[in-house]
Design a protein around this ligand. Structure first.
Ligand code: MN
Length: 316
């Protein structure tokens, strides 16, 4: 494994030692985006940097246990005048919500693990790794920046989330090495996992029920999909992880029917079938084994189009 541009990390930060630094992540932030942002924010803060995290979305109550959330501003901090933007877990600039508000002339450090990353930064650290959490832990280790228990908690949460508690194929020996290092920092492994997995609301169970009722399995093509109607809150990875347990399944899809004819689609592959490539046909993207699409229109028509395209691809 080569760590491209690993030696750019410290010089970029050092150059901005006395400048305001703004940390951003992708829209609908998950726990890799948020956990990485708070880890980097806490790390920079304890080293005397002036930094803020900008996330416009309300932070889900499930995430409230994370340290460092007080560094987050929901409104774009107009008078902060950042000189460096650190973009985390975002394959393209337009993955950042309201990115139009950012000054395009500001220097951008792009740290990401998506295979379709467009290298939109002035500096780009893009690796094939489980999570940005694992990347940041590696970068901190490389430059000799010690971790506090809070920073380790954020990183461990980010990694646990993006690896499905160390169960997906993106989990490597290196992931476990980093996890082992983080565990040495007095973090409560079982509490973090409990927060990630045993903290569900009644609405969540209703979603599971809907997901099961709407589940459709195709034996010939070995795909499975389901639809979540009126699903405002993100179900995270749980529903797609649930339906992927079906025997003899290669591709899993969850369609979320949102207000204003917005349809969000999550895709997973359990074979070499590249769902990022497939998602790109509908202007979506992601990783080979986990990707997403966002479309506007009638859910039934969109479903038909996506499933027809999928069957077409699977047959080749
Ligand atoms: Mn991620």
């Amino acid at each position: 494994m080569t760590y491209d541009n690993i030696d750019q990390f410290l010089p970029v930060l050092t150059r901005h030692k006395n400048n305001p630094i703004l940390i951003v992540g992708h829209k609908d932030p998950d726990l890799d985006a948020i956990g990485s942002a708070t880890a980097l924010g806490l790390q920079l803060q304890q080293r005397g940097y002036n930094c803020k995290i900008w996330v416009t979305e309300r932070i889900p109550t499930d995430y409230k246990f994370l340290p460092g959330l007080d560094l987050i501003e929901r409104k774009y901090p107009k008078n902060f005048n950042e000189k460096l933007i650190v973009a985390l877990d975002s394959s393209h600039l337009n993955r950042i919500r309201d990115y139009e508000q950012l000054d395009i002339h500001t220097e951008i450090l792009n740290i990401d693990h998506h295979s379709d990353n467009s290298y939109f930064g002035n500096e780009n650290i893009v690796w094939e790794m489980s999570s940005v959490g694992e990347m940041l832990a590696t970068l901190f280790q490389h430059i000799g920046w010690d971790l506090t228990s809070d920073i380790a908690t954020c990183l461990y949460t980010a990694i646990s989330f993006d690896t499905g508690q160390f169960s997906y194929s993106n989990t490597t020996d290196h992931t476990f090495e980093i996890a082992s290092l983080l565990l040495k920092h007095n973090i409560q492994h079982h509490k973090i996992i409990e927060r990630l997995t045993e903290n569900k609301t009644p609405a969540y169970f209703q979603q599971i029920q809907n997901a099961l009722n709407n589940m459709i399995y195709n034996e010939d093509y070995r795909y499975i999909y389901t639809t979540l109607p009126h699903c405002k809150e993100s179900p995270g990875n749980d529903i797609i992880n649930f339906i992927r347990m079906r025997k003899n399944t290669d591709v899993c899809i969850v369609f979320r029917d949102l207000p204003n004819q917005l349809v969000k689609i999550s895709l997973r592959s359990k074979t070499d079938f590249d769902v990022a490539k497939f998602a790109a046909k509908f202007k979506g993207g992601g990783h080979k084994k986990a990707a997403g699409i966002q479309l506007e229109g009638d859910i039934n028509q969109i479903q038909k189009d996506v499933i027809t395209a999928l069957e077409h691809e699977l047959i080749r």
